[in-house]
Design a protein around this ligand. Structure first.
Ligand code: GUN
Ligand code: ZN
Length: 429
């Protein structure tokens, strides 16, 4: 076991309220299965006697916080971050598909996966649900790199057997065989998990979506990962291709692709029936505000999500998204929440923005109490944050009169410079 003494941020797992110790102690050590977990977390004064034998690293002025969870990102789009386009569909055609076609090459895939995972850690993201590409080699490369780093990571081969160019389009029957083989190879190995990943309904045939739904029923603890209701042109296209569905989201229900652990990016242009379907099925939204602002897709309705009450958490959606930094994503989520012309505007509290990118994101992935928090029993993936990382941050966080003010200063002014260290899956001590 070992312990860290500093300010300590965690959350009440039941209601997402922040718990904060200005002088806290985080004790970590292996559980019965050898996983590195939180053994104790609380005030230094309350815990120091009980853990007197454990070596303590004292980090005055720093904050211990849960690693961030990125609910939706594309590791193969690392190199096309910041590619401008006239909205989603031209962006896919002109930048995304050409970049993704290179991932047939295992060496290219491994190189990008390695850079991507290092970049996540540098930014304080310790778990991500990421798209791979349609090439099985892109999944093997990613899982191999994540396994070497002992990270909790989820990915899957993209399914796209129509309306896709040569180089990324897959074969219907082979794509389903590949998916099942990859599940058997990787799902549940160390901290790795598999996501059945139809790109979005317009690029899959009925047979491919139906096959994906069958696999999702046969392997109920795998994830499902896709996009829905991001862009008006995309929605029009989906409605033309699936005229019998009540809505674009309802297409996925019809193919048994809505259940717990089903994660849909965007979910912007929803009505209340769509929201109710999310709630009833236990599916989750990956809210991707920097991507939605960059591609001009629209504004996620946080009020609608809260009112109806369904799982939602934050995501970068790089390369549509413009930053790997959870601080940038939280700030963009605040902007999107404030927008009040196309939907009700509201002010998301700083601690709630933070919760949506940690514990709530973990709950949305079906991993509540496993990651995204620093309560006893959680896996010990945590960050050492420096609230004085820049002169302006030092000034603003020193002036903060409350926890909310301090967290907001970090969200508005922070980036990778705040993340002094990210600790993941460390060996037992
Ligand atoms: N819809 C289908 N594919 C994609 C993608 O790669 N990025 C985003 N943002 N939306 C999509
Ligand atoms: Zn995406």
């Amino acid at each position: 076991m070992n312990a860290y003494r500093a300010a300590l941020l965690r959350f009440d797992e039941a209601n997402g309220q922040p718990l904060y110790e200005t002088d806290g102690l985080l004790v970590v050590g292996p559980d019965a299965t050898g996983r590195q977990v939180v053994q104790a977390a609380g005030a230094w004064n309350d815990l120091k006697t009980r853990y007197a034998q454990v070596p303590v690293e004292h980090l005055p002025g720093k904050i211990l916080a849960p690693g961030f969870v990125d609910m939706h990102v594309h590791y193969p789009q690392t190199d096309i971050i910041g590619a401008p386009a006239d909205g989603l569909l031209p962006w896919l055609e002109n930048y995304t598909f050409p970049a993704e076609s290179r991932f047939a090459d295992p060496a290219h895939a491994a190189g990008v996966a390695s850079f991507f995972l290092d970049e996540l850690l540098r930014n304080g993201v310790t778990t991500a649900l990421t798209f791979a590409t349609s090439h099985p080699a892109s999944v093997d490369a990613f899982f191999g790199e994540a396994q070497r780093r002992k990270m909790r990571m989820i990915t899957g081969k993209v399914l796209q057997d129509r309306h896709s160019p040569d180089g990324v389009r897959d074969d219907t029957e082979q794509s389903l065989l590949d998916t099942e083989a990859l599940i058997r190879r990787w799902h549940g190995v160390d901290r790795l998990g598999y996501a059945i990943t139809p790109r979005f309904a317009p690029t899959s045939t009925d047979r491919q979506l139906g096959g994906a739904g069958e696999i999702a029923q046969a392997y109920p603890d795998t994830w499902i990962h896709s996009h829905v209701s991001e862009n008006k042109d995309e929605i029009k296209w989906a409605r033309e291709l699936f005229p019998n569905a009540r809505s674009y989201l309802d297409v996925y229900r019809g193919f048994h692709l809505m259940r717990e652990r089903a994660v849909y990016a965007h979910c912007i242009h929803f009505d209340d029936d769509d929201r109710a379907l999310m709630r009833e099925t236990g599916a989750a939204t990956a809210v991707s505000p920097t991507s939605n602002l960059f591609l001009g897709s629209g504004f996620f309705d946080f009020e609608g999500a809260q009112r109806v009450g369904y799982h939602h958490g934050l995501a970068s959606d790089v390369g549509g998204g413009t930053s790997f930094s959870p601080f940038h994503t939280m700030l963009a989520a605040y902007y999107v929440g404030r927008e009040g012309q196309t939907k009700p505007g509201l002010s998301l509290a700083p601690s709630q923005l933070w919760w949506r990118h940690t514990g709530a994101a973990a709950q949305a992935l079906g991993l509540g109490g496993v990651i995204g928090n620093l309560q006893p029993g959680c896996e010990a993936d945590f960050l050492v944050l420096d609230p004085a990382a820049t002169p302006l941050l030092a000034r603003k966080t020193a002036l903060a009169g409350s926890l909310e003010e301090m967290l907001f200063a970090l969200i508005v002014l922070g980036d990778d410079r705040v993340v002094e260290r990210a600790v993941v899956g460390q060996a037992g001590a």
